[in-house]
Design a binder for this molecule. Structure first.
Ligand code: SAJ
Length: 449
């Protein structure tokens, strides 16, 4: 039994069964959150490994915040399966939290959204008005464009057999302060009563603001532009990080000075912008603008700045090695960190990859140390360093990811084991004066040579 006049009341008293399709970074914490809020939960993932791990109480995601909070499989309210068709008939609401990556040619890849939608709709009982909510990040129009044809193809009717809504996930991996129970949500739905009913449901999940914002496209667009804005802001400081060193000025000094102004938003330049959100979502907005023939020049230009940051850094590093007298073809560079973000074990869209490709193209050997990333997740052309305390023989060390275990290392000891103690701080988090006093030659993104 999905939507009916008692839905809001059932949501308020936890008397609903919530299905979650996709138990990854977003889906698993969401399933756990609704279980902890007192709901019956059916979690579905196509991966046998994921289902097996979750049922064993183990965390299949790379997000440490999910450790030790997985419910006991004996709980009658916690049902985990690989079968959508088994789960959906039990559910009043089904949340779809599947990946929405971009293709090789940087176009939105909606195959998971379409596949999950189809398997959910096929499993819904006619007349149940089961509510299906897409949470994955898409561009405005996708939910209606992909799911409504599936509903019609199956001979189902919106408002009779099924209801469709959009509620973007705003989950920040590796940031316990912004987990699924602590972030504000917006709900888009063509049926305002269903939208308001979902607001009641999500209010049981998160302590922050939850509001109905109108039709699907409004909520879809809000999520995309949240990340587009972030990409543009980071691109600005990355562009400044290329300009100011040429003026003999450290960009970090400039940004810190500017940040004394009450409405200046401080961002940090780096080797690049990774992850499954920020470097991906702008392509959705660009696609949609192109569909309607309106240029998206700023969004496109910002994406290009961030996308080429690793190449810029590789060029600078090559110059540093050349000036240090390292013979071409003999240089060895140690990357400290591989993941796209500190304290998270996630290599998706990591700038370390294009940086590696650029360094290899300059005949520079690449080694990498990242305690959050399993050695099998590194590309084969990278030599994995398992133990930083014995690593030796490198001509330059570059901080790629500001993991605590890559920042707080024995710099003095490493310096003594380097062939050349040259450091490049790719995240502007290190105390370069302190490290320089240990005998390192120090450089950093946005800092004059
Ligand atoms: N980065 C910079 N400079 C910055 C901030 C980030 O270079 O000033 C780089 C990071 O190193 C990383 C990439 O950008 O490679 C993305 O970093 P992020 O902090 O935005 O982390 P994400 O990708 O996990 O973004 C998530 C997003 N959350 C959701 O989509 C639900 C994003 O919307 C959040 O704004 C962001 O977390 C956050 O607030 O930290």
């Amino acid at each position: 039994m999905g939507w009916d006049s008692t839905f809001s009341e059932r949501a308020q008293n936890g008397n609903l069964t919530v299905g979650i399709i996709g138990l990854g970074y977003v889906g698993l914490p969401t399933a756990i959150g609704f279980h902890d809020a007192g709901f019956n939960v059916w979690g579905v993932d196509i991966s046998e490994r994921t289902v097996r791990m979750v049922l064993a109480g183990e965390n299949p995601t790379g997000d440490p915040d999910v450790n030790d909070i997985i419910p006991d499989p004996e709980s009658s309210r916690w049902n985990i399966t690989t079968s959508t068709s088994e789960a959906v008939p039990h559910c009043d609401v089904v949340l779809v939290t599947v990946p929405t990556p971009v293709t090789e040619d940087l176009k939105p890849d909606l195959t998971y959204v379409i596949g999950a939608g189809r398997s959910v709709f096929e499993s819904i009982a006619k007349g149940s008005r089961t509510i299906v909510v897409l949470e994955s990040t898409v561009y405005p129009g996708v939910t209606a464009q992909t799911w409504l044809p599936l509903v019609e193809e199956l001979g189902m009717k919106l408002g009779k057999d099924v209801e469709i809504a959009y509620c973007p996930e705003r989950f920040n991996p590796g940031d316990p302060a912004h987990g699924v129970r602590q972030v504000a949500r917006v709900v888009g739905c063509s049926n305002s009563q269903v939208g308001e009913g979902l607001v009641e449901l999500y209010r049981r999940l998160t302590s922050e603001d939850v509001r109905y914002v109108g039709k699907l496209e409004v909520a879809e667009a809000a999520k995309v532009i949240e990340n587009v804005q972030r990409d543009i802001n980071i691109a600005l400081v990355n562009e400044l990080a290329r300009i100011f060193p040429e003026l003999g000025v450290d960009v970090e000094d400039v940004l810190s000075a500017a940040a004394t102004k009450w409405n200046f938003h401080r961002y940090t330049p780096g080797v690049g912008v990774g992850g499954h959100c920020i470097p991906v979502d702008p392509y959705y907005m660009m696609q949609r603008a192109a569909d309607v023939g309106v240029p998206a020049e700023l969004i496109t230009a910002a994406r290009a700045v961030n996308r080429t940051m690793p190449l810029h850094v590789a060029t600078v590093i090559n110059e540093i090695l050349y000036k240090a007298g390292v013979l071409s073809g003999s240089a060895k560079v140690l990357m400290l960190g591989w993941s796209y973000k500190a304290e998270v074990g996630d290599p998706r869209e990591t700038p370390a990859e294009p940086l590696t490709e650029a360094l290899l193209s300059k005949d520079i050997e690449v080694y990498a140390y990242d305690p959050h990333i399993d050695s099998s997740q590194f590309p084969e052309e990278v030599t994995v360093v398992e133990d930083i305390t014995t690593a030796s023989g490198f001509d330059l060390a570059i901080l790629v990811t500001a993991h605590e275990k890559c920042v707080n290392i024995d710099w003095d000891g490493l310096g003594k084991r380097m062939r050349k103690p040259i450091l490049y701080d790719g995240r502007r988090v290190l105390d370069l004066d302190l490290i320089s006093n240990m005998g390192w030659q120090v450089h950093a993104v946005g800092r004059p040579q």
